[in-house]
Design a binder for this molecule. Structure first.
Ligand SMILES: CC(C)(COP(=O)(O)OP(=O)(O)OC[C@H]1O[C@@H](n2cnc3c(N)ncnc32)[C@H](O)[C@@H]1OP(=O)(O)O)[C@@H](O)C(=O)NCCC(=O)NCCS
Length: 379
């Protein structure tokens, strides 16, 4: 088929693939992994269990879950060359850029670098999930001149990440808060970074290439980078003593978008924001620093009322991560710490029913045939 129809800007509303991983109803505000509602998963599941669900298309039994946890814990290791690569990164290198580069380098040391079959890709998904968390934590310590903390294989994925980041075993509240955040960020259908991963996988390239591409897409402020932009606004408000609503009004008057609001798919509240709002409030109260939540809430009330725009996943994840002691420029890498589970599930699904992704563009350039003018005759 060679015909080309008009492309909506940003492919809005286009169904670009079949998938059985993530269900979204943007009008009803429903998000579900393999059909299981995100609210139920956030309340009852764990990140490890969600990984199993995304990768194997069903919930694990007790033994299967235990085995996956063991495998994830066993893969908490990095080749010494990766640690030295982290040490060689220039001081100004942002964690998200370091992560993108290191994920590419991880392929050199992957025991199955040249294998792209289904079984190897499950093992690569497990490895990358453990390694990405390790890399984010280790780089943060290295750039601060601190020692890299060895992983604790007895801890959950969320608890070990916080442990390797801070050197302290986290409280049960902090562990559970991060675990829920990881569950909420694990997958989101054909978002920009997942689409990028699938396009790469569809060329029959490898898992690491697909994930490196996804990280590049996630970085942008219209996608995962929005959580960092949200906190920079909260910080500016705090530092200047401005009224949060006036600050946001000023941004809108200058035709700036407010990070953390709006969504291509949801016409209701983003169901993930519902949980993150509660977490932000509870963590704020329990830490004795409720101001980030209170500021966020005032901004939200205004934007919802004035612009009819709802908070998305990034809005309350900003104050939540800050209260967990995570630096601003780690917010988007922490998104990747979770989303690797969904990206890899999509790469495996793409390869399972594979066809090259190669759409068409509607040509709007000079009329064909255009004349070639030799350089001497050009003005
Ligand atoms: C998420 C996002 C990229 C979706 O974009 P989209 O589907 O292409 O929608 P558009 O950017 O075309 O927005 C539609 C309208 O709503 C407005 N709008 C959307 N998000 C807005 C925001 N966060 N603040 C202010 N206005 C916004 C746009 O200015 C546009 O108004 P117009 O029609 O008067 O020009 C967009 O809402 C956005 O940039 N949000 C901020 C970044 C963010 O939080 N990203 C994380 C997403 S999970």
């Amino acid at each position: 088929m060679t015909s080309v129809s008009h492309a909506p800007r940003g492919l809005e509303g286009v169904t670009a693939t079949n998938s059985s991983i993530c269900y979204i109803d943007g009008d009803q505000g429903v998000l579900a992994y393999r059909g299981i509602d995100i609210h139920e998963l956030a309340e009852r599941s764990t990140f490890e269990e969600c990984c199993y669900l995304l990768w194997f298309a069903r919930l694990p039994n007790r033994g299967e879950l235990q085995e996956l946890k063991l495998n994830l814990a066993r893969e908490r290791k990095l080749d010494a060359s990766i640690i030295s690569l982290l040490r060689q990164a220039p001081k100004h290198a942002l964690p998200m850029d370091v992560l993108r580069t290191v994920v590419s380098a991880l392929s050199f040391y992957d025991p199955e670098e040249k294998v792209n079959d289904a079984e190897a890709n499950v093992r690569k998904s497990i490895r990358l999930t453990s390694q990405i968390a390790y890399v984010v934590a280790a780089y943060d310590r290295i750039r601060k001149g601190k020692s890299v903390i060895d992983p604790d294989r007895s801890l959950s994925h969320a608890a070990n990440f916080l442990y390797q980041l801070t050197g302290q075993i986290p409280s049960a509240t902090a562990e559970r808060a991060l675990d829920i955040a990881l569950i909420l960020h694990a997958d989101h259908e054909l978002n920009a970074s997942t689409f990028a991963a699938r396009v790469v996988a569809a060329t029959l390239s490898d898992m690491h290439s697909a994930i490196a591409a996804a990280i590049g897409a996630l970085k942008g402020p219209l996608h995962g980078g929005a959580n960092e932009a949200v906190f920079r606004i909260l910080e500016s408000i705090d530092a200047s003593g401005a009224d949060p609503v006036d600050f946001v009004k000023g941004m809108l008057a200058q035709k700036n978008k407010i990070p953390g609001f709006g969504h291509r798919v949801y016409r209701t509240e983003d169901p993930r924001a519902t949980h993150l709002r509660t977490m932000s409030r509870d963590l704020g109260n329990s830490s004795g620093v409720p101001k980030w939540f209170e500021m966020s809430r005032r901004i939200e009330e205004f934007v919802v009322d004035d612009r009819k725009l709802n908070a998305n996943v990034d809005f309350y994840s900003a104050s939540t991560y800050h209260t967990l002691g995570i630096d601003i420029d780690l917010f988007t890498p922490v998104f990747a710490v979770s989303r690797i589970s969904g990206w890899s599930a999509h790469v495996m699904e793409q390869l399972n029913d594979h066809r090259l992704i190669r759409p068409r563009a509607e040509y709007q350039g000079p009329i064909y045939p255009n004349k070639y003018v030799p350089v001497e005759q050009r003005r």
